[in-house]
Design a protein around this ligand. Sequence first.
Ligand SMILES: [Zn+2]
Length: 137
Amino acid sequence: MTIPLKTLQGKREQLKAGLAQINDLRRGSLTARFRKCGKQNCHCAQKDSAGHGPSYSLTHAHQGKTLTQVIPQGPAVDRTRAQIAEYRRFRKLVQELIAVNEQICDAQLQQPEALVAEESKKKPLRRSIGHRRGSGD
Ligand SMILES: [Zn+2]
């Protein structure tokens, strides 16, 4: 039932590698708006007309306020869409990274010797241990 520590650590490395691949990102959502200009002789006055547009804006809640930013027509619209999607991907990766780290922490609680082995692999402890020994005697 429990996932081996090595498997979890492998998954963590995968997620970290995924995070390194993250491109431009931004929060918010893109909304397309159509408007009617009100001129009776304009095509938008016809019943089946959606109106002028679409014009795009990016909205996002920040400290209780909704911020709205106009996104110019053209490639910026697709770029913004991709940036928003990238933010969602980033969030998902971060949440998975937190989850797998917590699983690793739990697994380390159950096998403290693995934790010790892992830490001695990462940090060059020899020098400080030698120093401690020298001053302790
Ligand atoms: Zn019009």
